[in-house]
Design a protein around this ligand. Structure first.
Ligand code: ADP
Ligand code: MG
Length: 751
């Protein structure tokens, strides 16, 4: 008999076990049983996969409706052309040199076919699939046929022969099921082999102790784990599949939530510096001087953050809001509350350019409140200090001194602030801008930076809307606040897609639009997908690859400068320029002495030049949906209308072109974020650790199963409250351990 933790070589033999390891990283009984069928071939029902992907390896059950041997046109020899009725579809299959096949695959035969999908004139077919002639479904009839009567070729026949029972018969009953499980398979390990292995293992599996307490099972009407595993592999009905999925999905959600509950407990056990609002401090003075009124959304979020900061346990909050929705003001307001309480704040930006930008705009917003120690400073003023790696040594030293001494109330930098172990005098609050570039681990690192064992509060800001379930899970259980409303007077951005190959004159028109805007006193961005300064290209050639067929920033800069924009002031900005050059270009653009900035995605986040009104994205298909949305958020930040032109070489109608059309069609960041997630699929969102096949979330979709995640969260909370270390729930402890292997837990923390 077998248990879930048993290794497979004893049960299946070394050869098969090794192949499973190689193909799917399947080592144990549990690994194998968690390799769920991805679909089920139903007899006499709809083929679940209407249009399988070109090149995918699929298995179908079908009846042969036509089988003709024909002479090949272009060369000698014959082929067998077969038309199959697969559920409600008609599928073609072709066999070359069908000496044996023609006797087996005959009109009226029922058979299983397994092969690679190929499309021809909009219809898909299988070429030389492996096949297995099936017995007619007959109830109660003995389905053991003698080995000599197994007719078929390739893996399928091999599979049938492999199910050979102790005698010389082959158990064909599996092919007589209503639903035949079909597995994610490879050429080496076919769906068949998996089914055989699963059946063999299930036959020997001992009853499993169910990790879910029966109270919970009863409450939700879940089947037991043992039953669920049987039902997912060998269901009798569709309903079986649904019930098995429901149960197994909850397990995944529960494991996830138990890990998070533990995290939450760890965080709650920490003490944070209490920063209650002060009626006559810096924050209050800032509010008085604010040249505009905060939107209702900003006020609401500011209240949430303000009361979090007053607490003695660390805030862990995500602030999402469209580009330009006014997050920075809210964050600054919060930092001032912490400064009022006597603590330092750190603001982390993803790049040095952005850090410098932030420093600049915070100082601007603060005015006399941000220049403590200088002439004209307000009496409650603090000091805003920028620290970046590329600063000259003397400036860097001075900045360090401000930080160590506590003179700097607000410190702005890149993540190097943390990596370089900059010594803060009294860090109480950390703001991380553009969360997706920072991980939970990095945030944890920040938490250890307080004095006397205190954990600073953390506010993460992002312009990429993140579904609540993802914030709750992948990002490590952040509370979320959102700014959904843009400040008054913001003009919407209009976007257009230009098919450069079909309409080259529209590309010319794009350059003309820029000239028009500049003539009106406005500015523009032209964004390219790569730098093109020769470094990457040399690397690529070195590696024997051709550089990509996209326009580089360096090339386009030259082209525009000597062509369509001869008479305009152009600037070039990309990540490999020396830091001082980058700063100078950014400064000039901000000051309006550069009309058109040709750049790479260094302008993606946070750059704020309200006078810029046009953005042209070259090779727009090279950017992701969220990235495009972020990028175009750079224009139309003032009261002028923003225009975004997406240029692509892709053909209208292609998926890439459609994606751009979708981006052009809406300015709703939340809508686009959903589109983006769906397109990239969750695996990519969750990161590379998901790329193996033995992943945790097999059935649970963070996007689609919010209710399951919610229910599991409640369950996890109750259990953890009563039994924090799960000592009384060994099954759950094991569930957490097995569902989330070590790497996965780390990953959960990292993402
Ligand atoms: P985000 O960081 O969300 O991209 P910012 O905080 O940088 O947005 O705000 C963008 C611009 O809008 C800034 O110039 C800011 O001063 C201005 N702004 C912010 N809040 C308001 C408001 N309530 N009313 C008018 N302008 C605002
Ligand atoms: Mg910002």
């Amino acid at each position: 008999m077998a248990t879930l933790t048993d290794r497979l070589d004893h049960l299946l033999g070394a050869k098969t076990a090794d192949a499973l390891v190689d193909a799917f990283d399947i080592h144990t009984v549990e690994d194998l049983l968690r390799h769920y069928p991805h679909r089920y071939a139903a007899q006499g029902r709809e083929l679940t996969e209407k249009d399988p992907e070109e090149g995918s390896h699929i298995t179908i059950i079908a009846r042969v409706v036509k089988a003709d041997v024909v002479n090949m046109k272009s060369r000698r020899g014959q082929m067998l052309k077969v038309v199959l009725a697969a559920e409600s579809q008609s599928v073609d299959a072709t066999f070359f040199n069908p000496h044996k096949v023609k006797h087996a695959v005959r009109k009226g035969a029922r058979a299983m076919f397994s092969g690679t999908v190929k499309y021809f004139r909009g219809k898909w077919s299988l070429t030389h699939p492996s096949y297995l002639i099936l017995p007619e479904p007959a109830e109660g009839e003995d389905q053991v046929v003698s080995l000599a009567h197994v007719r078929g070729a390739g893996e399928l026949a091999g599979m049938a022969r492999a199910t050979q029972q102790s005698g010389s018969g082959v158990d064909m009953s599996i092919f007589n099921r209503e639903l035949i499980p079909l597995y994610p398979a490879t050429r080496e390990i076919e769906s068949w082999t998996l089914l055989r292995c699963v059946r063999q293992v299930l036959d020997q599996l001992d009853e499993i102790e169910d990790p879910l307490p029966c109270t919970v099972r009863d409450e939700h009407g879940f089947v037991g784990l043992y039953e669920a595993l049987r039902m997912v592999h060998l269901p009798d009905t569709r309903d079986d599949v649904a019930r098995a999925h429901e149960r197994l999905r909850f397990d995944e959600a529960a494991a996830l939530q138990l890990v998070l509950a533990r995290r939450r407990r760890d965080v709650a056990a920490r003490t944070a510096p209490q920063c209650p609002p002060k009626p006559d401090g810096l924050a209050a003075e800032f509010d008085r001087r604010l040249p505009f009124e905060l939107t209702e959304g900003q006020k609401q979020v500011a209240r949430e953050i303000s009361s979090d900061l007053a607490e003695a346990h660390p805030m862990n909050r995500l602030l999402q809001g469209e580009v330009g929705s006014g997050k920075t003001v809210v964050a600054l307001r919060a930092m001032l509350q912490a400064v009022d309480a006597g603590y330092q704040c750190a603001m982390l930006a993803p790049t040095e350019v952005l850090a410098a930008q932030h420093a600049h705009s915070l100082r601007e917003m603060l005015g006399p409140l941000g220049i403590a120690g200088e002439l004209g400073a307000h009496e409650v003023a603090t000091k805003v200090t920028l620290l970046t790696g590329s600063m000259p040594a003397a400036a860097r030293k001075a900045a360090m001194l401000d930080i160590v001494s506590g003179d700097a109330g607000i410190v702005i930098g890149t993540h190097a602030l943390i990596q370089d172990e900059v010594a803060f005098f009294n860090l109480g609050f950390v703001v991380v801008d553009e969360q997706h570039r920072f991980g939970v681990e990095q945030r944890d690192e920040l938490r250890s930076r307080g004095r006397d064992g205190l954990s600073p509060h953390v506010l993460v800001m992002t312009a990429t809307p993140i579904p609540r379930t993802i914030a709750m899970t992948v990002l490590g259980d952040l509370e979320t606040s959102a700014l959904r409303q843009l400040p008054q007077g913001r003009a919407p951005i209009v976007s257009n897609v230009v098919a450069a190959r079909q309409r080259p004159q529209w590309v010319e028109r794009a350059w003309e639009r820029i000239r028009e805007e500049v003539a009106d006193g406005r500015q523009a961005y032209v964004v390219c997908s790569r730098i093109g300064d020769g470094e990457n290209e040399a690397d690529l050639r070195g590696a024997g690859k051709e550089p990509p067929e996209t326009t580089s920033a360096v090339d386009l800069f030259d082209q525009l400068r000597s062509g369509p924009m001869r008479d305009l002031r152009l600037g070039l900005l990309h990540g490999r320029l020396p830091a001082d050059e980058k700063d100078a270009v950014m400064r000039d653009f901000k000051a309006g002495t550069i009309d058109v900035l040709v750049c790479t995605t260094v302008v993606e986040v946070g750059v704020d030049v309200p006078n810029a009104t046009v953005m042209v994205l070259v090779d727009a298909d090279r950017f992701g949906v969220s990235q495009l949305h972020q990028l175009r958020g750079r224009v139309g930040r003032g009261s002028h209308h923003g225009l975004c032109i997406l240029i692509t070489d892709m053909n209208p109608g292609s998926p890439a072109f459609e994606r751009l059309t979708a981006v052009a069609g809406t300015n709703d960041g939340f809508e686009l974020a959903q589109l983006d997630l769906r397109q990239r699929r969750e695996g990519d969102v969750l990161g590379s650790a998901q790329s193996g096949t033995a992943t945790t979330l097999r059935l649970l979709s963070l996007l689609e199963h919010e209710d399951v995640i919610e229910a599991a969260r409640e369950f996890a909370r109750d259990v953890t409250e009563a039994d924090p270390d799960l000592t009384e729930h060994p099954g759950l402890a094991a569930l957490v351990a097995s569902a989330l292997d070590a790497e996965r837990i780390k990953f959960l923390g990292r993402s």
